[in-house]
Write a protein that binds this ligand. Structure first.
Ligand code: FAS
Length: 392
C-alpha cells in the first residue's frame, strides 16, 4: 500500500534502507508479490551501480531469483562456474565443484551487474527508489507503525529493512544493550588487483611458501588477482614488478602475462555478526548484520538469502496474518550465517596456513585438509555443497 501525498509516498508497507544487493533483492521480491516498499539510498545511482566487489552468485541464490521470475534477468547467460583449480607449491589439481554438488553450478555475475539489473527491474516495475537521500533515521521501531525520517521527508510504514551495509545507520539505531556482537580478525590482509591480463582457464586458488594468491576471470581479457600481504604493510605501494613477481611465485606460473593494473584495493580479512537480526519492526539484512571474508564467495549470497527469508515472512504476515516467519527470521538467518562463517574460516585456514612455514604443525594440518578434498569423495561433496549454497 503506497499512500502518495505531494508525489512522494508518505506511507508504505516496507521502508528499505540501502540499495545494494540486500536492499534491491528485497525490493524486487516484495514488488513481485505486490507488497509496497520504498527504497532510500544515501549515494547516487552511479556510485551504487559501480561498486566492484563480489563476483559470484551461488546456485541457491540463482534458484531464489528464479522463484520470483528474476533468474533470467539477473543471471541469464552469465558464465557457469566449471572446474576449480587449486595449486599447492605450483602443483595443479582440479575439483569439479558443480559435479560434486550434484550438478549445481554457481554463476559468475559481478556484483555491480547484479545491482544494475535489480535496480532496472525494480524501476521498470514502477518501484519507488530514492537516491542521494541524506540523514535517514529509523524511528519508533518498537511501535506498530515505525517511521523513517530523511532530509526533509518522513515515511510511516509497517516494517523497516536495514539493508545499509556494515557502516549503515540501521544497526546503530538499535538501543544499547539489545545486540550481542561478535568480531574476528583473521590476521590476514588481501591485496586485490584488477589487471588486463588474460583470464585463467579455471578459477585458480594457489598457495606456496611465498603465500596465497588467486586469479579469477573478469571477462576474457582481464583478471582479478588476490594476494595475501603482511598485515601492517600497504601493498598498494608495491612496485608493479614486485606484484607480478609475487603472483608468478605464488601461482607457480612463470609464464603469467602481466598487463596494465586498473584497480587496487586492500581487504582486511575480518568477520562480524550481530545478534539478533531484528529489533521491534526493524530487520537487519546482509552486511548490516554480518560480514564474512571473501573466501568461498558468500557475503553477497548471504545478503540475498536474508532478503529472501524476510520477503517471504513479510508476505505471509501481510497476506495471511501469519507472523511466524517474522518471529523466526533472525534465528533462521543466523543459523546459515554461522554455518558460512565456519566454512569461510575453514577455507581461509586451509588456503593460507598451507604456505605458512612459520608454524610447521598448522601448515601440515592445512595440507591434510587439502589432501582430504582430493582423496575423500564425502569431504569433497560437503565442500561443494557449501560452495553451491545450502538450503534456506
Ligand atoms: P552493501 O554495503 O553492498 O550495500 C549497502 C547500501 O546501503 C549501499 O548502497 C550504501 O550506499 C547504502 N547505505 C549505507 N548507509 C546508508 C544510510 N545511512 N542511508 C541510506 N543508504 C545507506 N562477497 C562475496 O560474496 N564474494 C566476494 O568475492 C566478495 N568480495 C568482496 C570484496 C570486497 C573488497 C568487499 C568490501 C566485500 C566483498 N564481498 C564479497 C562482500 C560484499 O559483496 C557484501 O557481502 C555485499 O555488498 C553485501 O550487500 P549489502 O548487504 O546490500 O550491503
Amino acid at each position: 500500500m503506497d499512500d502518495r501525498r505531494g508525489g512522494m509516498a508518505a506511507e508504505t508497507t516496507v521502508v528499505i534502507v540501502g540499495a545494494g544487493p540486500a536492499g534491491m533483492s528485497l525490493a524486487n521480491f516484495l514488488q513481485r508479490r505486490g507488497v509496497g516498499c520504498v527504497v532510500l539510498e544515501a549515494r547516487d545511482r552511479e556510485y551504487v551501480e559501480g561498486r566492484q566487489r563480489a563476483g559470484v552468485i551461488d546456485h541457491r541464490a540463482e534458484e531464489i531469483f528464479g522463484e520470483f521470475g528474476l533468474a533470467e534477468q539477473v543471471a541469464g547467460g552469465a558464465p557457469l562456474e566449471t572446474l576449480l583449480e587449486i595449486r599447492v607449491g605450483g602443483v595443479p589439481r582440479l575439483l569439479d565443484v558443480p559435479g560434486l554438488a550434484g550438478g549445481r553450478p554457481s554463476r559468475l555475475v559481478p556484483q555491480q551487474l547484479l545491482v544494475q539489473r535489480l535496480i532496472r527491474s525494480f524501476l521498470d516495475g514502477g518501484g519507488d527508489l530514492r537516491f542521494g537521500v541524506g540523514d535517514v533515521t529509523p524511528r519508533d521501531l518498537d511501535r506498530e507503525r515505525p517511521r523513517v525520517t530523511y532530509g526533509d521527508g518522513e515515511l510511516s510504514c509497517s516494517y523497516v529493512a536495514g539493508c545499509d551495509g556494515f557502516h549503515g545507520v540501521s544497526r546503530r539505531s538499535v538501543p544499547d544493550g539489545v545486540l550481542t556482537t561478535y568480531s574476528f580478525d583473521h590476521g590476514i590482509g588481501w591485496y586485490t588487483v584488477l589487471a588486463e591480463s588474460p583470464a585463467p582457464r579455471y578459477p585458480l586458488m594457489a598457495v606456496s611458501r611465498h603465500g596465497f594468491a588467486a586469479q579469477f576471470a573478469r571477462g576474457p581479457h582481464a583478471s582479478r588477482f588476490y594476494l595475501q600481504h603482511p598485515t601492517g604493510e600497504d601493498p598498494r605501494q608495491w612496485p608493479d614488478e614486485y606484484t607480478w613477481e609475487q603472483l608468478r611465485l605464488r601461482l607457480g606460473d612463470d609464464g603469467l602475462r602481466d598487463g596494465r593494473i586498473t584497480g587496487r584495493e586492500v581487504v582486511d580479512m575480518r568477520s562480524f555478526v550481530a545478534e539478533p537480526m531484528a529489533y521491534g519492526k526493524m530487520f537487519l539484512v546482509g552486511d548490516a548484520a554480518h560480514i564474512i571474508t571473501p573466501m568461498g564467495a558468500k557475503g553477497m549470497n548471504l545478503a540475498i538469502a536474508d532478503a529472501y527469508l524476510l520477503a517471504r515472512a513479510i508476505v505471509a504476515a501481510e497476506r495471511d496474518g501469519d507472523v511466524s516467519g517474522l518471529a523466526g527470521y533472525s534465528s533462521a538467518c543466523l543459523r546459515r550465517t554461522w554455518d558460512y562463517q565456519e566454512f569461510s574460516r575453514w577455507y581461509t585456514e586451509m588456503m593460507h596456513f598451507a604456505g605458512d612455514e612459520s608454524d610447521a604443525f598448522r601448515r601440515r594440518l592445512a595440507l591434510a585438509r587439502l589432501d582430504r578434498l582430493f582423496s575423500s569423495p564425502p569431504a569433497a561433496a560437503a565442500f561443494a555443497d557449501l560452495m553451491a549454497g545450502t538450503a534456506v
